[in-house]
Design a protein around this ligand. Structure first.
Ligand code: SF4
Ligand code: MG
Length: 318
């Protein structure tokens, strides 16, 4: 339904050009959740914003239901915006605090010219109920709500247009752990009832494991691995994914990571390493890794990996 092909997002900065997203491809099927993980600065938020054209991609394609929307004009983009919505870490950072919650949730309907005033009011009441808020919430202001309730409002605003895809960028990262669980369960329930697809961006692997059908891993602007959740967590093929998983403290253990965390710092995005970008930190790097760029290729079961020497021993199909 949503397909991203060879997407590049380049930023010109005082220190030179940065390829924040460098040739990324992924596909999202109707009603599924694709988790997108990676360290801070790996380009996952930039990718999410580029899919909504909040940032203009420099190269590549974004297809929605088969239509190439990469270069749609502002007016054509409105139709896309109905189908693809976004939930931010802090949904109110950019919204007018003088608006009531009802006005904020109804705004997307208003922008798209949907329904009469009465119909929009009914739709707001309906979506508030779906996200677990009482009808009177519509008359109150964002600051009168807790962080978790505010995120419910942010989700309501994203869902009010009945989108096909919602990009969620660290939607629970600012919340207490107990509240995180409530919001994650709400998202899982909403997906079941509404059939919407989620691109769920998070640095937190346990959160991603909880919500995702499939998981995609980025490193320094490139996609390094995509697999179904079970495969990715049980048998990752990319050494970077392995290192990310090893860095997660084990619940019930002594709280220590299984292996020492990754050696070395994340290289500068201004001067990414040649060849495999992970070769400066990879425990199993070999000579060719420093010069040959590994492309994303498919192992069995749709498992994709960009590594010359993948860890999994499954045979290649393509
Ligand atoms: Fe490590 Fe080489 Fe694979 Fe890169 S291509 S992850 S350096 S083994
Ligand atoms: Mg981010």
């Amino acid at each position: 339904m949503l397909a991203v092909e060879d997407l590049v997002v380049r930023f010109a900065t005082a220190r030179g050009a940065v390829h924040a997203v460098d040739g990324v491809s992924l596909a999202l099927a109707a009603g599924e959740t694709l988790g997108l993980v990676g360290e801070s600065g790996c380009g996952k938020s930039t990718l999410g914003r580029a899919i909504l054209r909040l940032i203009e991609p420099s190269q590549g394609h974004i297809r929605l239901d088969g239509t190439d929307v990469t270069h749609h004009s502002r007016s054509a983009l409105r139709a896309t915006r109905r189908k693809v919505q976004m939930v931010f870490q802090d949904p109110f950072a950019s919204l007018d605090p003088r608006w009531t919650v009802g006005e904020l949730i109804a705004e997307p309907l208003h922008i798209h010219g949907i329904g009469t005033r009465a119909a929009r009011k009914a739709k707001v009441a309906d979506i508030l109920a779906k996200v677990g808020l009482p009808p009177e919430a519509a008359r109150r202001y964002p600051h009168q709500f807790s962080g978790g309730q505010r995120q419910r409002i942010g989700i309501a605003r994203a869902l009010v247009l009945d989108p096909e895809v919602v990009v969620l960028d660290e939607p629970v990262s600012a919340l207490d752990v107990s509240v995180q669980a409530q919001i994650l369960n709400l998202l899982v329930d909403l997906q079941e009832t509404l059939g919407v697809a989620f691109l769920f961006i998070s640095h937190d692997l346990s959160v991603v494991e909880y919500v995702s059908d499939r998981v995609a891993v980025m490193y320094l602007g490139r996609m390094v691995e995509i697999a179904d959740r079970e495969t990715l967590f049980a048998a990752p093929a990319h050494p970077y994914t392995r290192a990310l998983l090893d860095a997660v403290p084990q619940i019930g253990g002594d709280g220590a990571p299984r292996r020492p965390p990754l050696a070395g710092d994340l290289p500068s995005p201004y001067a990414p390493p040649p060849g495999c970008r992970f070769h400066t930190r990879c425990p199993t790097a070999q000579a060719r890794c420093g010069s040959d760029i590994p492309v994303l290729r498919t192992l069995t079961g749709g498992h994709q990996v960009a590594c010359h020497f993948p860890l999994a021993t499954v045979p290649e199909t393509a």
